[in-house]
Write a protein that binds this ligand. Structure first.
Ligand SMILES: Cc1cc2nc3c(=O)[nH]c(=O)nc-3n(C[C@H](O)[C@H](O)[C@H](O)COP(=O)(O)O)c2cc1C
Length: 400
């Protein structure tokens, strides 16, 4: 049960919006010069619309498995790596694999977050199949669960059973759900009843527990904790570099690789063209690009108006999958209620430098030392945002 005390404006939040960032840099003129277009015209063409097509094409295809897949690929997933790949060669069966090249070895050394992401995928697949009346029987790790990291064996075997699926209202939210990474409105508390409904929608039971808070003191503690987690990640060169390698800077890069960290839109294309942002600058913690990124992240983290999280008793692959299924259900319910949600996983990660902070996170979140905090997300109300890029569903089907 969340504490329902409304949160007040407690933090001294830096006043840095993207628009102000552009104005401060005073580089509007660069655009016209570099592109030969009027700045206004050029700015309106910067959205990588092609990379968002999977959001409008969901539900198409001859085969129910392909239609369900087209919704499943819209699942939230760590760093938007989209680690799924499916085999459809067996009739009425979908075999799900992890695309092993899409893991995050530095920040997710045991593939825990990648497995959670595959759980999100499985839940959306199930919801989409049920919408057409099909039940989905899922056998996890049908050839055995790996002892260590994920391997080439299947993560799940899904059998569609006609007439066994029951439509779930959360299905309607799949194409409306987006992770809102913008600052949230500090003047708009989240109603306690909405948080209760979000936690209930998780379906968490048994060895998995969903919890949340709207309580001032805990919000202050969690803002601080998630901020320190971010600082550790970006000041640890190898974990920073992992993110930088996944950054898609500007429209062209996003269209070529519709995954990873999307830095598209007029602001980033302008900065890129004017030489004010590059991978090298972002890796240099003394550069303006890095410092501005840090400030933007700070504004976002310190605008959390509440949190929800998931704790599991153990940390088996099955529990990670269950956490993913529960997480995406919470996010779909939040979407139905107009509440924005944004996971902040830095303090929950398993690399050496973050271990002490993770211990602190468990304490603040009420987890025992032997339990695992699988997900932690801030909630609130952000501005409207675009859907994140996706590879088309067809490109995730194995051909051999
Ligand atoms: C296991 C997991 C961990 C995540 N951790 C973070 C995080 O630490 N920071 C963040 O900004 N987003 C995080 N996300 C959200 C993803 O970045 C987001 O789902 C992805 O970019 C796709 O965007 P979408 O959810 O809007 O479709 C996480 C998502 C999952 C499933």
């Amino acid at each position: 049960m969340p504490d329902q005390k409304p949160v007040s404006n407690m933090e001294n939040v830096p006043d840095l919006s993207r628009r102000k960032f552009l104005r401060v840099l005073g580089i509007g003129g660069v655009i016209a010069g570099a592109t030969g277009l009027g700045a206004g015209t050029w700015l309106t063409t910067r959205d990588p619309v092609e990379a968002r097509h999977p959001w409008t094409q969901a539900g198409q295809g001859e085969d129910v498995r392909v239609r369900a897949l087209s919704y499943a690929v819209l699942a939230p997933n760590a760093h938007n790596r989209q680690p799924w790949s499916v085999d459809l060669s067996e009739r009425d069966i979908v075999t799900l694999y992890c695309d092993l090249d899409r893991r995050l070895p530095e920040t997710d050394p045991f593939d825990r977050q990648i497995t959670i992401s595959l759980g999100c995928f499985l839940e959306l697949f199930t919801l989409a199949a049920a919408e057409e009346g099909y039940g989905t029987r899922i056998a996890l790790f049908p050839e055995g669960a790996p002892d260590g990291r994920l391997d080439a064996r299947p993560v799940a075997r899904l059998q569609l059973v006609v007439g066994q699926g029951q439509s779930d209202p959360l299905f309607d939210q799949i194409v409306a759900r987006h992770t809102n990474k913008e600052p949230y409105d500090l003047a708009r508390p989240v109603p306690g009843l909405d948080v209760e409904a979000i936690l209930a929608a998780s379906g968490a039971a048994g060895r998995l527990r969903a919890a949340g808070t709207l309580e001032d003191d805990r919000i202050v503690a969690l803002r601080d904790l998630t901020w320190r987690g971010h600082e550790i990640e970006v000041f640890t060169p190898r974990t920073l570099q992992e993110s930088i390698d996944l950054m898609r800077i500007g429209k062209a890069e996003v269209i070529t690789n519709p995954d990873g960290i999307d830095l598209s839109g007029p602001l980033f294309d302008t900065l890129r063209l004017s030489g004010l942002i590059s991978r090298e600058q972002l890796a240099d913690t003394s550069s303006t690009a890095f410092q501005q990124g840090l400030e933007a992240y700070r504004e976002m983290i310190f605008s959390a108006m509440g949190y929800v999280w998931l704790i599991s008793d153990g940390d088996t692959r099955a529990e990670q999958i269950a956490a993913g299924r529960a997480y995406v259900r919470m996010h779909l319910e939040a979407t139905a209620r107009g509440v924005d949600m944004h996971p902040l996983s830095q303090a929950l990660q398993e690399y050496e430098e973050i271990a002490e902070l993770y211990g602190e996170a468990k304490q603040v979140l009420g987890a025992r030392p032997d339990q695992t905090v699988q997900m932690l997300a801030r909630i609130g109300y952000g501005p409207q945002i675009n859907p994140s890029p996706r590879w088309p569903a067809a490109s995730r089907i194995r051909t051999t």
